[in-house]
Write a new protein. Structure first.
Length: 423
């Protein structure tokens, strides 16, 4: 017996741009005539890909186009892509909230969806009533729902408000109860959109743990959409990358995330952004080296190499207590290192107006995992008054190497390597 629980074949979804209800009698009549004649819908031959940044020359747009994939029982599938790539449209079709324009989907089992705040809840009913309503929609009887009731309340953490109409809930409380219901009423397939971002950090961690438990221990299938690549990396076993409504790549989660971040970096064409915060000092020049070799934006360095930064500063007025801070972040903006001149016991002497000073910073060998990183530079004083900042002063790719002495590359899920002494 096949363990494929979701099969998507040649799935497409077309929308007409403009105001709601803009369809015309002429369009409907034209479709009807083609259908009577046994011909294809004429409007399926027109339409553009869903690139929101370009001006449209057509009234029709393909939110999804020719989507094909399979999901197996127990898979945790991450669906990622930029805003407008078609992720939410795909989940709505799988959840039968909307229908496809062409193609078909085959689903085995009971589906629970959490697509947006309030999905499937009646605002006038209490939290208690909505639990039973959602269970009934999923095909469960009253006795089955009662057996899970206490677990749902405990997980959601809103016992005090369980008999209050949900229209009075905050968005966070709404999501807490909605996820608890969706995860505990034993669906075969759990579909979760970006909605978890509404919850606080503690609840997000709790939800990720529950989804992992549902897939690993109970063998259920999870479809997960998120812009949090860390969550996708830790939770998902496989992934799909959508781009302009089409499947760009299917593979394991690490491959999908690396492809997405790499394409985002190139498409955004990251450039250094210089900003003056206040009078005091500016950065005139900034050079970067990797083990004495010049490295520029878009360049590469190897794991285990040292990054060197040469900065020229000019005082725009007489200043003392000058301070420099350097942030190294991954492509998702997570801070990996924060360096300041105090770390190296380096203190600037007083600078006169118009005076320039060069300072060179050399890091220890960098043992982050392979991937893209950016460098920001901040100039100010010890009292946290900012003078000047350069965002994305450098972006570079850190390549795998055998610098740590391992026979294999560093694991992709590891953030950085820590040196150690064994005896």
């Amino acid at each position: 017996m096949s363990d494929v629980v979701i099969s998507v074949e040649n799935l497409s979804k077309q929308y007409r741009l403009g105001q709601v209800g803009r369809a015309t009698i002429r369009d409907d009549f034209n479709r009807w005539m083609h259908r009577i004649a046994g011909k294809e819908d004429p409007y399926l031959k027109i339409g553009e890909e869903n690139d929101r940044s370009k001006k449209s020359n057509s009234d029709y747009v393909w939110a999804l186009k020719d989507i094909n994939f399979e999901v197996h029982r127990g898979d945790v599938l991450g669906i990622i892509g930029r805003n407008g790539a078609g992720k939410s449209t795909l989940l709505k079709i799988l959840s039968k909230v909307t229908s496809p324009t062409t193609g078909q989907i085959k689903i085995k089992g009971r589906v629970a969806s959490l697509l947006e705040v309030g999905t499937g809840f009646h605002p006038e009913l209490s939290g208690r009533d909505n639990i039973f309503l959602n269970g009934a929609i999923l095909g469960m009887n009253k006795r089955e729902i009662k057996s899970k009731f206490d677990e749902i309340i405990d997980f959601a953490g809103i016992e005090r408000y369980i008999d209050t109409p949900v229209k009075r809930y905050s968005s966070g409380m709404y999501v807490r109860l909605a996820f608890a219901v969706a995860a505990h009423l034993e669906p075969d397939i759990l579909i979760v959109d970006e909605v978890l971002a509404v919850g606080d950090a503690e609840f997000q961690k709790k939800c990720l743990g529950k989804m992992k438990d549902v897939s690993e221990r109970e063998g259920r299938t999870v479809l997960f959409v998120s812009h949090n690549m860390g969550a996708v990396q830790s939770l998902c076993t496989a992934g799909i990358l959508l781009k302009y409504g089409r499947v760009s790549l299917v593979g394991n989660a690490s491959e999908i995330i690396n492809s997405y971040t790499e394409s985002s970096l190139h498409e955004n064409n990251t450039e250094a952004v210089h900003s003056k915060i206040s009078d005091g000092a500016i950065i005139n020049d900034c050079l970067f080296f990797a083990d004495n070799k010049t490295i520029n934006t878009g360049g590469n360095m190897m794991i285990g190499e040292c990054l060197e930064i040469d900065i020229q500063i000019m005082a725009t007025e007489k200043i003392k207590d000058l301070s420099i801070a350097i942030d190294i972040k991954n492509i998702h903006g997570e801070l990996y290192s924060h360096l300041i001149n105090e770390d190296g016991q380096y203190k600037f002497s007083e600078l006169e107006t118009g005076e320039t000073r060069r300072v060179r910073i050399k890091t220890a060998p960098i043992y982050y995992n392979a991937g893209y990183y950016t460098v920001d530079i901040w100039l100010g004083n010890y009292h946290s008054k900012g003078y000047y900042v350069i965002k994305n002063a450098l972006d570079f790719f850190l390549e795998q190497s055998n610098a740590v002495g391992r026979t294999k590359s560093l694991p992709k899920h590891m953030k950085f390597y820590l040196d150690s002494v064994w005896s």
